[in-house]
Design a protein around this ligand. Structure first.
Ligand SMILES: [Zn+2]
Ligand SMILES: [Zn+2]
Length: 261
């Protein structure tokens, strides 16, 4: 008899997730079966529900911010076998799932930037995701989750790693002044991580409540961009400096990514 699991299915043209029983995924070699313990709801999930991002086939299962426990695995070689054995010894099989399935062969993969892979597939986007009791994933996408960190906290790694990588690339030193545009999930993470680098933080948004939240998270300055809006982007640096009475801004992190930011 087939093993079944509950999953929240998204059908084409519908904005409702329907919970149905479907077959538990079958593993190929190099894959692990994960019992899902927590999955985050990301803004991109809402974009998929709204049809802005289209999965290649329906019904689709959302969810790419996944933490769980390895229940089964088929290692492709002895290294993978050892990796999973160590995982069971050290974390009792607890993992975070890295949702980018990269090809490992293209220009970007070969230089270690597999997040830019030309042939990537993503769990929760092109592949079925974590709004289900089980998912399958390549073993190489498993990240050990220490027993000291709970599953609900672990799934924040998606937003955390996104801005951590950007900040690390920018190499802030203590005293560096960083402007962070957009105080949503990413911006909130960026403030806290920037502070651990010892940097000063200017939080910029157009909603006052978000700026109050930024202050709570440790932002040194806040700026409501609506109040200082100007057409000429080249003047922005000057305006920020003048509005806040500070002499320099070293790094700008834009978590919004729209043409106006
Ligand atoms: Zn996400
Ligand atoms: Zn690649």
């Amino acid at each position: 008899m087939e093993r079944v699991m509950k999953a929240a299915l998204l059908y084409e043209g519908s904005k409702e997730l329907i919970i149905r029983e479907i077959e538990v995924p079958k593993l190929n070699s190099g894959e692990a079966l994960i019992k899902v313990k927590a999955t985050g709801i990301c803004h991109s999930d809402l974009n998929i529900i709204d049809g802005v991002i289209k999965p290649p086939r329906y019904p689709h299962i959302l969810g790419h911010e996944i933490a769980g426990i390895v229940e089964d695995f088929i290692p492709i070689n002895i290294e993978e076998k050892r990796f999973v054995d160590t995982l069971f010894q050290e974390t009792e099989g607890r993992v975070i799932v890295y949702f980018y399935i990269a090809c490992g062969r293209c220009f970007y993969c070969l230089r270690g930037e597999d997040n830019l892979c030309l042939n990537f597939r993503r769990i929760g986007f092109e592949e079925w995701g974590g709004y289900a009791e089980y998912i399958k994933t390549p073993i190489k996408n498993l990240i050990p989750l220490p027993k000291t960190l709970n599953f609900n906290a672990a799934i924040l790694v998606d937003a955390g790693a996104t801005v951590y990588r950007a900040l690390r690339k920018a190499k802030p030193l203590p005293g560096t002044m960083i402007a962070i545009i957009g105080i949503g999930g990413l911006g909130g993470m960026a403030i806290q991580i920037a502070k651990t680098f010892g940097a000063g933080v200017i939080a910029i948004d157009i909603i006052d409540e978000k700026l109050m939240y930024a202050k709570k998270l440790g932002a040194d300055y806040t700026l409501n961009f609506k109040e200082i809006y100007c057409e000429d982007v080249y003047e922005i640096g000057k305006i920020i400096k003048k509005a806040l009475d500070i002499s320099y801004v070293d790094i700008v992190i834009d978590t919004v990514g729209s043409s106006s930011t």
